[in-house]
Design a protein around this ligand. Structure first.
Ligand code: ME8
Length: 560
């Protein structure tokens, strides 16, 4: 069955697929949350087919050795760890369309086909390969990129990668090579003609330099005697496919490769954005596009590369053993508090230091005290009937009055009302522009700037609302005062409605709670409703005296 014809292909975003050699930590959660926010944002824009792929990277020496060390059969070992990453997606509210595992059978078919095509197009040859192999990084390093260091823990001198500090071992073997060197010029042309490919741009510069300094052919298989855990080279059982070639192909397995067409408007391929950490940029922006070019397949449109979370100035990692357990963090602070913190404070350009007390502070000061309180004051108050203000604003009479006052402020006798109306006008313009501003950041994409713009709006609206002193004015005997106060209240309810719609991709649970609290109908929660006056059918009556309500943002038990 063919998909219905549409003008554009579905938005497609991918996360890296995670190695299953250890349990997930907060750094993995970050990558997932960024990816999820992008997918949800595109759904919000109205792309019902926006798709997110995540999963696990299960083959290779690193996993084979980890399973051996654990004394477990490799597939059982993978099943257990893959399950943990899948559970993390559920706990973190990651709206994935498929959780792919490189041990899935359709992926194996895709990898074998891909290999055969590379070979048919003349890009694979057999040769002796010598070099420093790093199991931890699953990569060969040239002599210039390794160093001898003394390990103080056992007094032994070891050879390590200069880039990652991980131990390497000298390896000499016959294996298959990919003609990466043939793609040097094509890659350079591609990146110079598409400067938007790297986000942030600066991260592209070092890759471009690396390409310019010359690309060597790439070893893409290992003897099956050493590497048993992987996909065999088609037609040569003695060799197993290099784990990075195998892993990268997962992104196109999802698009139905090889049985489905991988170009054109009906195709999921290529990805609109691939989210990756800064440690895996080379694999994704040199090797991967070269493999795709060798098959004349469309290239990923953009790479969002992010920096790392650190603990005590060191990268949070499985091997350093300083990884924050993301399940504990979610349990302790709530999933949306973590998502909010990570997007708000997480490093795209520079590393960010993970800090529990800061999670609590961001949640309490911004979500609970500013956003939550304002929601309560407007929609759960005995003094304010937001429903009535919204109804009034839907009628021409109030709008005509306001229009007159704006055109001729002198009509307002009270000077305080003149200044309140002037401030309301500023608030109107800010909120009317917010959707566009957030969209600009998200299309770059820069989720951090997007959420910070929303936070800034929340801060601004609190100040505006405090100064407005509405509860004294809504019931004023002076008609003009009541009119301005109702309009001002309407602009506040609109602000909260629009902010809550825009927050859905970032903190889906709490944003939904906020929209429910203001009685916004389910069908009016998309980007199309983020302009003032797009919805007049929401709002709440005032509470009865003594009526109590559950807050949307409960206090945290402890704040350290
Ligand atoms: O690299 N802060 O898997 P992986 C932020 N299987 N992000 C972090 C991080 C930290 N402290 N630590 C790790 C792999 N990450 C390969 C990918 S894709 C075809 C294959 C990020 O489990 C890291 O940057 O080691 C990477 O993007 C992701 O977690 C998965 O890391």
């Amino acid at each position: 069955s063919r998909l219905p014809a549409t003008k554009t292909k579905p938005y497609y975003v991918t996360s890296p697929i995670f190695y299953v050699n250890a349990a997930p930590h907060a750094g993995h959660l970050y990558t997932l949350v960024l990816t999820d926010t992008l997918k949800r944002w595109n759904r919000l824009l109205g792309d019902d087919r926006a798709t997110l792929l995540t999963g696990t990277d299960e083959h290779g020496l690193k996993i084979q050795k980890a399973a051996q060390k654990a004394g477990v059969d490799v597939k059982t070992f993978c099943d257990e760890h893959a399950q943990q990453f899948q559970s993390l997606c559920v706990a973190a509210n990651i709206d994935y369309d498929r959780f792919i595992r490189t041990t899935d059978s359709d992926h194996k078919i895709a990898v074998e086909h891909f290999w055969n095509e590379l070979s048919r197009n003349g890009y694979i040859y057999e040769a002796k390969h010598e070099g420093w192999y790093c199991v931890s990084d699953e990569t060969f390093y040239p002599e210039t990129q390794v160093a001898r260091v003394l390990d103080p823990s056992d007094g032994v001198t070891k050879t390590v990668s200069k880039e990652t500090g991980k131990v390497v071992e000298w390896t000499s073997e016959i294996n298959y090579h990919f003609k990466l060197s043939s793609f040097q010029d094509k890659l350079l042309t591609h990146y110079t003609s598409d400067p938007e490919a790297f986000v942030p741009k600066e991260r592209g510069n070092s890759i471009i330099k690396e390409i310019e300094s010359g690309l060597k052919d790439l070893s893409i298989s290992r003897p099956s005697s050493r590497l048993t855990w992987g996909i065999r080279v088609p037609g040569d059982d003695t060799q197993t496919i290099y784990v990075w070639l195998d892993a990268l192909i997962n992104y196109i397995t999802m698009a139905g490769y090889p049985s489905k067409q991988c170009s054109g408007d009906d195709s999921l391929w290529p990805p609109d954005c691939q989210v990756i950490g800064k440690d895996i940029v080379r694999f994704h922006t040199i090797y991967w596009p070269a493999f795709l070019m060798a098959l004349n397949l469309p290239l990923p449109r953009r790479f969002l590369t992010h920096a790392h979370w650190t603990m005590n100035s060191e990268k949070m990692s499985k091997s350093a053993g300083n990884g924050v357990n993301p399940f504990f963090a979610i349990d302790r602070f709530g999933v949306d508090a973590i998502r909010f913190y990570m997007i708000h404070e997480g490093g795209i350009d520079d590393d960010a230091s993970y800090d529990n007390s800061y999670i609590a502070r961001t949640y309490t000061s911004m979500l609970k005290n500013q956003f939550g309180n304002l929601l309560n004051r407007v929609f759960k108050s005995t003094k304010i009937n937001s429903r009535q203000a919204i109804k009034l604003a839907s009628q021409p009479a109030l709008r005509n009055d306001i229009k007159q006052y704006i055109e001729n402020p002198k009509l307002l006798q009270l000077s305080q009302l003149q200044s309140l109306l002037a401030e309301t006008k500023i608030q109107y313009e800010l909120i009317q522009n917010l959707g566009h501003e957030v969209q600009t950041h998200m299309s770059y994409p820069n989720p951090r700037a997007a959420i910070q713009a929303i936070s800034e709006m929340i801060r601004q609206t609190n100040k505006f609302f405090d100064r407005a002193q509405l509860w004294d004015r809504l019931y004023s005997q002076i008609t003009e005062e009541a009119v301005v106060a109702h309009y001002c209240l309407f602009i506040t309810t609109e602000t909260l409605r629009i902010i809550s719609i825009l927050l859905q991709p970032f903190i889906p649970g709490k944003a939904k709670g906020a929209l429910n609290m203001m009685h916004v109908s389910d069908s009016k929660r998309t980007f199309a409703q983020t302009s003032i006056g797009a919805d007049f059918d929401y709002g709440t009556e005032s509470l009865l005296p003594g009526e109590r309500v559950e807050g949307l943002f409960p206090a945290l038990l402890s704040e350290d």
